[in-house]
Design a binder for this molecule. Structure first.
Ligand code: JHZ
Ligand code: ZN
Length: 414
């Protein structure tokens, strides 16, 4: 039996023991631990959601690690549900394919490959692809759809097995998963085993600069152990004799960075973009504790703001529902105390989530066609990163007088 949660006492990048708590969002259930009707009466496990800052290397991170077996084995998040996101990965594959001159013999391995959202377009170029993802059901489905996916947590042992079977990889990718890993040095050790000599390891992670600028506090939940900026990432890779040689800003999840790394013995030059992003980070004060203390204050101001909007609507007898049941929505709902008495239901296009209930707040997740029948007055867009895609889909709702509430970066009605 695994322990459900462990507390960390040192920085996961530089091992500094003097990390300090800067944000406390109380204790909440895991963000993707949606419940069946039967589970509603059972006690839900909750875990502290506290953010710590390391003033030595600048890493922002959670102080508690929930057992990965608990978080990721029965995962309900399927990346390909959103068209915007599918397009993003088509563009990603194309760029990597062209830039690194991949050929039909090249092997691309994606860690945390989910439903194959990135490997599908890579496969269309005729490349050899392999996904690694511990989410058993999603891995099985991806394999069925032609993307071989091993249902495992990636580590050095898995890396060795891949090399034995397929040889080294030209490209290894890890998108929206690098922040999920507690033991980052073990992960990078595995990457070094897996990569060809001149191979490239590319990661995409939500960017701390965007989190701060747009107050994306709801992206804080137990899966996200790290809130990355470039400076600590460079430190992390250099400790393992790897180097960051390029970085790009991309729009996913309110703003992410795509970071390119290689062995220190590889010949590629470090791009100027690395230097300019580092200076932006310094200018924004990402290296200062005060930046995060201020964020905690803004979160509470926005909590009051959204509460005022909602209280007013409820007093006018308006019906409010939610659109999108993203993981981050559960941080917002739990911390802002918006539960089933406030939101009648939430709709989500993912069949993995429909029929389930939100952890902690017990709001039912329904099929979006319920909106057509019910015609609520207001829709709170919890998947604010796809607000445009969702509002376009619901053009008719707006036309017939319906209104949207967008909670991030600052709650507003549109
Ligand atoms: P979405 C995910 O977080 C999970 P989440 C993960 N933990 C991670 O690291 C971060 O990304 C970065 C739905 N939807 O992608 C689909 C519709 O129903 O913002 C999803 O349930 N209809 C790996 O969960 C949710 O909204 C639509 O038209 O916060 C979006 O979730 C659209 C566009 C979305 O990620
Ligand atoms: Zn540190």
């Amino acid at each position: 039996m695994h322990r459900q949660v462990i507390a960390r006492t040192s920085c996961r990048v530089c091992h500094n023991k003097k990390i300090v708590k800067v944000i406390d969002l109380g204790s909440t259930p895991a963000a993707n631990a949606f419940l069946t009707k039967k589970q509603l009466n059972k006690l839900e496990p909750i875990f502290p959601l506290q953010v710590f800052f390391c003033s030595r290397c600048g890493q922002l991170q959670l102080g508690h690690v929930v057992a990965p077996e608990l978080l990721f084995r029965n995962y309900v998040y399927a990346s390909s549900t959103s068209a915007t996101f599918r397009n993003h990965f088509v563009g990603y594959a194309q760029k990597i394919y062209q830039r690194f001159k991949l050929t039909v013999n090249s092997l691309v391995v994606d860690i945390g490959s989910n439903d194959g959202i990135l490997l599908k377009p890579f496969k269309q170029y005729g490349l050899k692809v392999l996904g690694i993802d511990p989410a058993r059901r999603i891995a099985r489905q991806a394999t069925k759809e032609g993307i071989p996916t091993w249902p495992e947590f990636f580590d050095s042992q898995v890396a060795k097995k891949i090399v034995e079977k397929f040889g080294p990889a030209q490209i290894v990718t890890a998108n929206n998963v690098f922040a999920h890993v507690d033991n980052l040095s073990e992960l990078i050790k595995g990457i070094k085993i897996l990569l060809a000599k001149d191979g490239v390891f590319v990661i995409e992670v939500p960017y701390l600069a965007n989190l701060i600028k747009k107050n994306l506090f709801d992206t804080i939940y137990h899966e996200h152990l790290s809130y990355f900026s470039l400076r600590p990432l460079i430190k992390l890779f250099s400790l393992q004799k790897m180097m960051v040689f390029d970085v790009e800003r991309v729009s996913s999840h309110g703003g992410s960075i795509r970071v390119f790394t290689q062995s220190i013995n590889s010949p590629r030059q470090v791009s100027d973009r690395v230097k300019s992003l580092l200076s932006l980070e310094k200018k924004m004060g990402l290296n200062k504790k005060l930046t995060y203390v201020k964020l905690a204050q803004i979160i509470n101001q926005n909590r009051m703001r959204l509460k005022n909007i909602i209280d007013k609507l409820i007093s006018q007898d308006k019906q409010i529902i939610g659109y999108g049941a993203p993981a981050k929505g559960n941080t917002l709902l739990n911390y802002f105390k918006i539960d089933k008495h406030i939101l009648k239901y939430i709709v989500d296009d993912s069949s993995y989530k429909q029929g389930l209930f939100t952890p902690g707040t017990h709001i039912q997740v329904a099929n979006p066609n319920r909106i057509v029948k019910d015609k609520p007055d207001y829709i709170l867009i919890l998947a604010w990163n796809f607000a445009n895609e969702i509002m376009e889909k619901l053009h008719w709702f707006k036309k017939t007088g319906g209104k949207f509430i967008i909670p991030i970066p600052r709650p507003k009605v549109v």
